[in-house]
Design a protein around this ligand. Structure first.
Ligand SMILES: CC(C)(COP(=O)(O)OP(=O)(O)OC[C@H]1O[C@@H](n2cnc3c(N)ncnc32)[C@H](O)[C@@H]1OP(=O)(O)O)[C@@H](O)C(=O)NCCC(=O)NCCS
Length: 206
């Protein structure tokens, strides 16, 4: 800048116009829409229980049988396009997060603990179609083989994990992406693969 050019006027804080008021969409709207979605799902599925602060994203498909119990604890997140089918009992502890397109299917019992991280497209079912009644009966007409599934607290299931009937996964376990869990996973274990095998423990086993 040459010495002859005028020096631009310095504006002090006092001379600045006040900032515009924060827009509703940037501040309150996410919380309001979360609350409205929770109220909507509570009203629509009066027999299911969703705890305070649950964040139910669009596209949840919830099908409950007549005597089914469905309980999600407080502050659970059900990301978009999740499917829940329950003709038995499904209980999920508080603070557990489900990624998009997860499937939970309980004909008998599925229990998931607190503060789990269930990544996208995970499938957890407590039953299989039976296929032992011969070849003349279509598999779809052979009924179901059901065994309860138990998943502890603070468990992380990577994306696209499949948990089949009768499985227990202990607290703090981690299961790698794309794994198929066909055997129990102990507490604190890291298991990967199809079928999932324990590759190490997060802390040395006692
Ligand atoms: C399971 C996981 C956490 C392990 O990470 P890590 O502790 O860094 O483990 P490593 O990379 O050292 O892997 C240990 C062994 O398991 C194998 N492995 C790791 N993840 C695997 C998986 N998902 N499937 C099959 N094998 C796997 C590795 O190849 C390695 O085998 P090697 O010793 O023969 O080479 C990670 O691999 C994973 O799957 N993350 C999930 C990511 C995801 O889905 N995120 C969703 C967002 S919530």
């Amino acid at each position: 800048m040459s010495m002859t050019e005028p020096v631009p006027e310095q504006r002090t804080d006092a001379s600045r116009p006040p900032p515009p008021p924060r827009r509703l969409s940037r501040s309150l709207w996410p919380a309001i829409s979360r609350r409205l979605r929770l109220l909507y799902f509570r009203a629509r599925h009066v027999r299911a229980r969703f705890g305070e602060g649950c964040d139910i994203r669009p596209g949840l498909s919830l099908n409950m049988g007549e005597d089914a119990t469905v309980i999600f604890g407080s502050r659970c997140v059900l990301d978009r396009d999740m499917t829940v089918e329950c003709s038995g009992s499904l209980e999920v502890g508080g603070g557990t997060i489900f990624g998009h397109h997860c499937t939970l299917a309980a004909r008998e019992s599925v229990v998931i603990g607190n503060d789990c991280l269930i990544a996208e497209m995970v499938s957890i079912r407590d039953h299989d179609h039976r296929f032992d009644l011969g070849l003349d009966t279509p598999v779809r007409d052979q009924g179901f083989d059901c065994r309860p599934v138990r998943i502890g607290s603070n468990v992380w299931l990577g994306c696209k994990v499949t948990v089949v009937k009768g499985i227990s996964i202990g607290d703090n376990a981690v299961v790698g992406a794309n794994s198929v869990v066909t055997h129990d996973v102990p507490a604190n274990a890291v298991a990967v693969g199809a079928p999932a095998r324990v590759v190490r423990y997060r802390v040395p086993p006692e």
